[in-house]
Design a protein around this ligand. Structure first.
Ligand SMILES: C[S@@+](CC[C@H](N)C(=O)[O-])C[C@H]1O[C@@H](n2cnc3c(N)ncnc32)[C@H](O)[C@@H]1O
Length: 291
C-alpha cells in the first residue's frame, strides 16, 4: 500500500492512484444505494479522477481505504458531503429551457389559479436546483410576468440539491458570465447587481427562494417535503437507472397537488417510469400533469 505524500501548497489535479475494476464496482454500488445515481462502466475514469482528489486531500493511498472511510469511518458523515460534491455534475444556467418557462408562465400558472382565491401562494420546487439558476429564474418570471397580472398572488420557491457546495452558491446568489449567458438582457439589468464580472441576484428575487439540502433518493426526507403546484426535476433523472427513477418520480407525484405539473429535462422521459401523469404538450416542451 502506498501512502500519498502530505499536501503542501496547491493540490495536484489527481492522485495518480488507480482504481481497480472490483473497487469501482463496490464504489458504484455504494453510490447507487445512497443516491440512486448509477455509474456505467465507461464512467470509471470520472470517479477515479474526482475521488482521486479526495484521496490526495485525506492523504489516503488507495480507493479501498476511502471506501472504508465513507462506509464505516467515524468521520463518515462529514466526508459524505465531499463525496456527494465529488460525484455530481452540476451544469446549469438561467433560463436553461425557455419553452418550459414560457409554458409555466403563460399556461400552467393560469390553469392552477383558475378557481382559486386571488390571495393564493403558489409553491414551486426546483428539485435538483444545483446553484439555483432555475429557482431564481422562476422567481424573476413571477415578478416580471405573473405579479402584474395577479397582484395578490404570492410565491414560494424551494430549491434542493444533494451537493452542499452548489447550495452555498445558490444561497449567496452570486453568479459569473457562464450562468447568465442565456438570460435576456432586461432581466440581467433589472434583477442583478453587476460588479467586477459577478452578478448578484437582487434581494426582491432572493427573498422568494430558499434552499435546502436534500437527497432525492431519501424516501423519508422526500415524504417530508410538503406539497407543490409545480415541480421542476430537470436534468437529473438522466443519472438514475430505471428503478431509482421510478422511486423518485413516485415521490414527486405524491408531493404534487392535484392539478399540479411536473417538468423534467429536455432529453428525459417518463416512458416506462410512470403512467400516473397526463402528458400535456406545449410549444417545444411537455409537462406532466397530476389529475
Ligand atoms: C445537471 S444539474 C441540473 C440543474 C438544473 N435542474 C438544470 O436543469 O439546469 C443536476 C443536479 O442534480 C443533483 N443531484 C444528483 N443526484 C441527486 C440526488 N440523488 N438528490 C438530489 N440532487 C441530486 C446534482 O448535484 C446536480 O446539481
Amino acid at each position: 500500500m502506498t501512502v500519498g505524500a502530505p499536501l503542501i501548497g496547491k493540490a495536484p489535479l489527481t492522485s495518480g492512484v488507480k482504481m481497480s475494476d472490483d473497487t469501482f464496482r463496490l464504489i458504484r454500488e455504494f453510490i447507487y444505494q445512497q443516491t440512486g445515481i448509477y455509474f456505467q462502466d465507461n464512467k470509471k475514469y470520472l470517479l477515479e479522477g474526482r475521488l482521486g482528489k479526495r484521496l490526495q486531500v485525506l492523504n489516503l493511498g488507495t480507493f479501498e481505504e476511502y471506501l472504508q472511510l465513507i462506509k464505516y469511518g467515524t468521520r463518515r458523515n462529514e466526508e459524505l458531503k465531499f463525496f456527494y460534491d465529488a460525484i455530481t455534475i452540476n451544469e446549469t444556467f438561467f433560463f436553461r429551457n425557455e419553452p418550459q418557462f414560457e409554458a409555466f408562465e403563460k399556461t400552467l400558472v393560469p390553469a392552477i389559479l383558475a378557481g382559486k382565491p386571488p390571495r393564493y401562494k403558489l409553491r414551486v420546487w426546483s428539485s435538483a436546483s444545483s446553484s439555483g439558476e432555475e429557482a431564481h429564474t422562476i422567481a424573476m418570471l413571477y415578478l416580471e410576468r405573473l405579479k402584474p397580472k395577479y397582484p395578490a398572488l404570492e410565491l414560494e420557491v424551494v430549491g434542493t440539491d444533494i451537493n452542499s457546495t452548489v447550495l452555498d452558491t445558490a444561497r449567496k446568489g452570486v453568479y459569473r458570465d457562464y450562468s447568465v449567458r442565456n438570460m435576456p438582457k432586461m432581466y440581467l439589468d433589472k434583477y442583478f447587481k453587476a460588479e467586477d464580472g459577478r452578478f448578484t441576484v437582487r434581494d426582491d428575487v432572493r427573498r422568494l427562494v430558499r434552499f435546502e439540502h436534500l437527497n432525492l433518493y431519501d424516501q423519508i426526507r422526500m415524504r417530508q417535503m410538503g406539497t407543490y403546484d409545480i415541480i421542476f426535476c430537470c436534468n437529473v433523472l438522466i443519472y438514475f437507472d430505471a428503478p431509482s427513477k421510478i422511486q423518485v418520480v413516485s415521490n414527486l407525484y405524491d408531493a404534487l397537488n392535484r392539478g399540479g405539473f411536473l417538468f423534467i429535462g429536455y432529453a428525459e422521459s417518463l416512458h416506462g417510469i410512470s403512467t400516473a401523469f397526463k402528458l400535456e404538450n406545449f410549444p417545444k416542451t411537455v409537462a406532466y400533469k397530476k389529475e
